[in-house]
Design a protein around this ligand. Structure first.
Ligand code: OFO
Length: 174
């Protein structure tokens, strides 16, 4: 059993993870509209990952006999049809999520809630990986540009990465 305050903070994070899922779905739709199938598939795969994050927290609250509260999820802002801007927005979004996760860890530590602290470690590690991945994509898009052949190469590469994420998600679900 965890404290009501801790549960309420995790419920707020479930809401933010669901927002993240919609944020990525909106980016995927924007990429589809630009005929960028690989970019769209990558954002769609991220959408699936964010839902998994929300469900991990949902399951944790249930296992801890805490109340799950599903609230309204804010609509993502409109996205400009620019691949650089889409990845810049992604990086700044993920940095915000990292700060949210760190706040949750700080709170778990302040309550000496060891179970929640350990549970959150997975998310701390995940955020390092997510920021690094987006930083890497953004670095290359900035270097080579987001037009013409460079864009085609990045689109193809992201299609492959999305396939791998999809396969990993299938394995986790199995
Ligand atoms: Fe849930 O990790 Fe990204 O936002």
């Amino acid at each position: 059993m965890i404290s009501q305050e801790m549960a309420s903070r995790i419920n707020a994070q479930i809401n933010r993870e669901m927002y993240s899922a919609n944020f990525y779905l909106a980016l995927s739709a924007q990429a589809e509209a630009m005929s960028l199938r690989g970019v769209a598939a990558w954002f769609f795969a991220k959408h699936g990952e964010e839902l998994e994050h929300a469900m991990k927290m949902y399951r944790y609250l249930i296992d801890q006999d805490a109340v799950v509260r599903i609230g309204d999820v804010a609509a993502p802002e409109a996205v400009e049809p620019s691949v650089i801007e889409m990845f810049e927005r992604t990086l700044s979004h993920e940095r915000g999520v990292t700060a949210n996760i760190n706040d949750l860890v700080d709170h778990a530590l302040s309550e000496k809630d060891h179970a929640t602290n350990i549970f959150l470690h997975w998310f701390v590690t995940e955020q390092i990986e997510e920021e690094a991945t987006v930083n890497d994509i953004l670095g290359r898009v900035r270097l080579f540009g987001d037009q013409g052949q460079s864009l085609m190469l990045i689109d193809n590469e992201l299609a492959d990465v999305a396939k791998q994420i999809g396969q990993a998600q299938d394995t986790t679900a199995a």
